[in-house]
Design a protein around this ligand. Structure first.
Ligand SMILES: C[S@@+](CC[C@H](N)C(=O)[O-])C[C@H]1O[C@@H](n2cnc3c(N)ncnc32)[C@H](O)[C@@H]1O
Length: 267
């Protein structure tokens, strides 16, 4: 294992390389969609999870917000303000363009930062911290990631996570589009990927290396429990919410594909 910064810096470069590909595929449509009053990019399960809390007027931070379409959706649902944080400046640029197309410029702010370097001025500023699908596996140190989240939340506030299920990360799709388990659930060394992060078009390209990590369900829950956070809700999801091994949702012997979780910081 290298040190944490080695991995997060490599991933920042790789995500910035992916950004123009995502932009080409999605940005024009999103620029129109975000102006609609009923715009909501969230998966229905996540919208339901958010509605378990009273989000009206609340301060929300989304870590690894990408182009902020999910944070924009949360603001449209009634949250008072949103801070989006992502290491890849190219995605933050896309997010700022989307925000500019809406009436939410006074309610939303985006920050370019590595998760592990979020400035202290944001400590205990948020009622809710949100991460949406595809974040935890980019974290070389899950315990430190939870400490960052815990630090951002006001006492009594909540962490809401929507994630790929760790069992799903055992799978890989072959050239015929069939996904099978290839990796141990208990894998400890990172995956190194040089074929790019185009999870929309699934077009492979020679990219700078990115590194992702398996975090088992007990690691995820214990990272919160070790900070005295209370698990308030967990839901496993049987649909594809990540564009990863998408054929699995139609297999009879279906693994869990995603989950939603609410944890509360002690007041
Ligand atoms: C799979 S995307 C999340 C997509 C998001 N759910 C959405 O719907 O747009 C993962 C994001 O995490 C960001 N990221 C990865 N590692 C990071 C880190 N260490 N600090 C901040 N952002 C990071 C990437 O730049 C990328 O935008």
């Amino acid at each position: 294992m290298q040190d944490r910064k080695f991995y997060t810096e490599a991933n920042r470069v790789s995500w910035n390389e992916a950004a123009p590909r995502h932009e080409e595929k999605n940005q024009q449509r999103l620029l129109q969609d975000v102006t609609r009053t009923d715009f909501n990019a969230l998966e229905p399960e996540l919208a339901e999870t958010l509605n378990r809390l009273d989000i009206q007027g609340k301060r929300v931070a989304q870590i690894c917000c990408n182009n902020a379409k999910d944070l924009l959706s949360v603001i449209k649902m009634g949250a008072g303000s949103g801070l989006g944080i992502d290491a890849a400046s190219a995605f933050i640029d896309q997010g700022n363009e989307l925000i500019k197309a809406t009436d939410y410029q006074d309610k939303m702010e985006l920050l370019v930062s590595d998760v592990y370097d979020i400035p202290n001025e944001h400590s205990e500023q948020f009622d809710i911290v949100l991460t949406t699908v595809g974040v935890m596996s980019w974290m070389p140190d899950l315990s430190a990631f939870f400490k960052v989240i815990h630090n951002l939340i006001k006492p009594g506030g909540y962490y809401i996570a929507e994630e790929m299920h760790p069992v799903l990360l055992m799978y890989e799709t072959d050239d015929h589009g069939v996904s099978r388990p290839l990796y141990s659930y208990f894998k400890q060394d990172p995956w190194k990927d040089t074929v790019g992060l185009d999870y929309f078009g699934h077009v492979e390209y020679e990219s700078s290396p990115s590194y992702s990590f398996q975090h088992k369900m007990d690691d995820i829950l214990m990272a919160g429990i070790n900070l005295n956070m209370n698990l308030k809700y967990i839901r496993e999801i049987d649909r594809d919410i990540s564009n990863f091994c998408m054929d699995l949702e139609n297999q009879e012997a279906k693994p869990p594909l995603g989950f939603n979780m609410i944890m509360q910081k002690q007041g």
